[in-house]
Design a protein around this ligand. Structure first.
Ligand SMILES: Cc1ncc(COP(=O)(O)O)c(C=O)c1O
Length: 396
């Protein structure tokens, strides 16, 4: 999956172009930069690939979520509904915005369950934040329907789903705003990077100012720019953006490679009667970065993951045991282990998640994913897929 598997001369060329001018900051220094604006170029590429009207490149995916929440007006006293299967950045960004995370359940798409979202809504709910996990869509039509009915905002965490679509629309571009991550493990990587996309000029303008200390970016002298409101620093550097420009140019090829490899794995593993697959709502739009399936029991899933790892299968995840992606092992969050006091506005309405039993355990405990490599060559994907299938069969 990671875009670094496919690094070539193009990333180096892009970095050289920045270093020839020495301007590694995305704003200002117009006279020195010889017309080179790598962050802007990457933003053009993001708009082109996703169909979003506006795109803002930022320092990372977590910064993108925090910025998007702020631009949507989320803060003290607001609740944001998120899934328990995601990355810790979901609750981190909500709490950074000063709001309270409310965890609902996932269904067999492995994304937010619309029924569970309905149950989680309270008068304080402001945003529903589905996560398009492992490169494929949540039930975004239904979630959007709920948001419209209840007058809530929809923020798509598409950090794992850049380039994926649902019914022809780029994931991330359907709600009021969407976010991508271009961190080192993502299919398109900047090393570190993220983006906020939106079709609203107002949300974009707020995000663009908020992520750079409130600068209004209307004056070529940064010292003379206005600050219509307070912001922070979530800027990307031109060096990171330059890597992203080279990577984004290959995104469509990356997805095609993933789809080919995922089919090879699905054909091999699909012959095992005990295996059932995650529901993919739009196969054409799947970025195919993972093959995700269920085994009949938690123990079988754990043993199959172990057997595959021992047999040399790379990128195997039994998410239930993972410390970062499923609520079960988020001890720091559940037991409120903070480095400094956290606002009572955030905590006062927050459930005691150390005591909550999630229905999602039933699915996640039986769930295994294999990350698709792009670097397989000369039948490597076929061999890896057969090897993985053999390992799974060995524990059944
Ligand atoms: C679902 C999800 N949201 C947010 C993020 C945060 O992105 P970053 O690592 O760029 O901060 C990630 C990163 O893995 C993610 O998987």
């Amino acid at each position: 999956m990671p875009g670094w598997e496919m690094f070539d001369e193009s990333e180096k060329r892009q970095i050289d172009e920045v270093m020839e001018t020495g301007v590694i900051m995305r704003y200002g220094f117009d006279a020195n930069r010889k017309g080179r604006w790598k962050a802007r170029e990457m933003e053009d590429a993001i708009r082109g690939l996703t169909g979003a009207k506006h795109a803002l490149l930022v320092a990372d995916g977590t910064a993108a979520l925090t910025t998007a929440l702020a631009a949507l007006g989320v803060g003290a006293g607001d609740e944001v509904i998120m899934p328990p299967f995601t990355f810790v950045a979901s609750f981190e960004s909500i709490m950074m915005a000063g709001a309270t995370p409310v965890l609902a359940e996932v269904d067999d798409t492995l994304c937010l369950s619309p029924e569970s979202v309905r149950d989680a809504i309270t008068p304080a709910t402001k945003v529903v934040m589905p996560v398009h996990m492992c490169g494929a869509a949540a039930k975004i039509d239904e979630l959007q329907g709920i948001c419209r009915e209840k007058n809530l905002l929809l923020l798509e965490d598409a950090c794992q789903a850049f380039g994926a679509t649902y019914k022809g629309k780029g994931l991330g571009t359907i709600g009021d705003a969407g976010c991508y991550s271009f961190d080192f493990n993502k299919m398109v990587t900047c090393g570190e990077g993220g983006a906020v996309v939106t079709n609203s000029r107002e949300v974009y303008d707020k995000a663009e100012r908020y992520h750079d200390h409130g600068h209004d970016h209307k004056n070529s002298d940064r010292g003379l720019e206005d600050h219509p409101f307070l912001g922070y620093n979530y800027r990307i550097t031109e060096l990171h953006a330059a890597i992203g420009v080279a990577q984004a140019a290959k995104a469509e090829r990356f997805i095609a490679i993933h789809k080919e490899n995922k089919k090879i794995f699905k054909d091999a593993i699909g012959t095992i009667p005990e295996v059932t697959f995650r529901t993919i709502l739009d196969h054409d739009g799947d970025s195919a970065t993972f093959l995700t399936f269920f085994l009949p029991t938690e123990e079988l899933a754990r043993s199959a993951a172990k057997a595959m790892k021992e047999a040399g299968t790379e990128g195997v995840f039994h998410w239930f045991d993972n410390n970062w992606h499923y609520v079960r092992n988020w001890d720091h969050f559940k037991n409120r282990k903070f480095i400094s006091p956290v606002s009572s506005d955030i905590l006062k309405g927050m459930k005691d998640y150390s005591k909550v039993k999630f229905k999602s355990d039933e699915l996640l405990s039986r769930c295994v994913s294999i990350s698709m490599k792009m670097g397989w060559k000369d039948g490597g994907a076929q061999r890896a897929a057969q090897n993985a299938a053999r390992a799974i069969k060995s524990v059944l």
